[in-house]
Write a protein that binds this ligand. Sequence first.
Ligand SMILES: Cc1cc2nc3c(=O)[nH]c(=O)nc-3n(C[C@H](O)[C@H](O)[C@H](O)COP(=O)(O)OP(=O)(O)OC[C@H]3O[C@@H](n4cnc5c(N)ncnc54)[C@H](O)[C@@H]3O)c2cc1C
Length: 396
Amino acid sequence: MSTASIEELRSRTRALLSEHDPATTDPLDFLRARFDAGLAWVHFPVGLGGLGAPRALQAAVDAELAAADAPDNDPRRIGIGLGMAAPTILRYGTAAQQARWLRPLWTGEEVWCQLFSEPGAGSDLAALATRAVPSAEGVWTVDGQKVWTSSAHTARWAILIARTDPALPKHQGITYFVCDMTDPGVEVRPLRQITGEAEFNEVFLTGVRIPDSHRLGAVGEGWQVAQTTLNNERVSIGGQRTPREGGLVGIVSDTWRSRPELRTPELHQRLLKHWVDAEVLRLTGERLRQQLTVGQPGPEGAGTKLGFARLAQELTGFEVELLAEEGLSYDDWTMVRPELVDFNGREAGYRYLRAKGNSIEGGTSEILRNIIAERVLGLPAEPRTDKDVPWKDLAQ
Ligand SMILES: Cc1cc2nc3c(=O)[nH]c(=O)nc-3n(C[C@H](O)[C@H](O)[C@H](O)COP(=O)(O)OP(=O)(O)OC[C@H]3O[C@@H](n4cnc5c(N)ncnc54)[C@H](O)[C@@H]3O)c2cc1C
């Protein structure tokens, strides 16, 4: 089946439910069966958890499964795999790579992380210094340091970009790999954040041997492959589907309704503005998802990611102000290495501090404005004097 209609999807969903009763089937077995039935992400190809169907039809499948109380994966726990690794593997992976990685990625059996940022290469990601050198036949040896790596402590696999030719200009000598986080030479050290938690890590790579069969895309074309990851990352951070008044604006609105003693006319005006902004962002995200049904995300995702970060910081700041002294209390400073970011399940103080990272992770707001200016609006580019200089000749 290369395309599927909504009726076919519904009947497949019902068949899945009748063959695997959600009430009695082990949740992981159910997820595996769902993947094999092509109902995991219906727009993926047949055999890879999909049916080559329009992406927009996924919502009907999800609704039917939710109504039957079927187990679901936890997209927050496997966000990097779902949002970043999977679309890149789908676009650049060989058939063998796709068959090996996509199923356990989607079911959540294998968590992924992203080894992109380095101490000297964040916004200027193409400046990265981690080296991958061909050593034995069909094997690369990788040495370097990555930083701010979310979920590295729970990940089985990592998407990794490394420099394979220092004699070329910085964008050209990069290659894209998949790194096995259990391999010798991979060391993960927690980095404690402003929230007190260590949700991200430093990752030291010392003589890590990566088989050439774990390369995604051609040697030296890692920058182009990374663009697929980065464009998808912005959409996955900023373009999540939320119901009207869902997410942060919902939490704040609930407090507003239930705590009349906190209200002032000035706060009322501000809440209304945030509410409208949240709705505009929600609808913009909806439009972006509709564009996605006909192709890969383009640079427009930068707009929703930027808007999401700004709104999250405004709303969490508003919530702390609204709650006055109560907003300043902090629930738990224990140093933990959480499996996921529990934005909504914690108190206002946690949300306020965690939202600070929203304008940094997945590309800073300044860089996203540059992307919008140059690649969406077509304004003149920033001067880049190092674009054609061999990486080895740049100031390190
Ligand atoms: C919570 C969190 C989770 C993260 N998770 C991951 C992860 O899982 N994997 C991963 O690889 N990385 C991750 N990151 C790293 C993140 O992508 C980088 O921190 C980010 O790209 C910024 O890079 P930098 O920290 O090196 O800052 P820098 O690049 O040094 O930037 C410092 C400041 O200068 C500004 N700036 C830099 N260049 C320009 C320019 N040309 N024009 C205008 N302003 C500019 C930046 O916007 C920023 O404000 C995470 C970060 C956070 C906060």
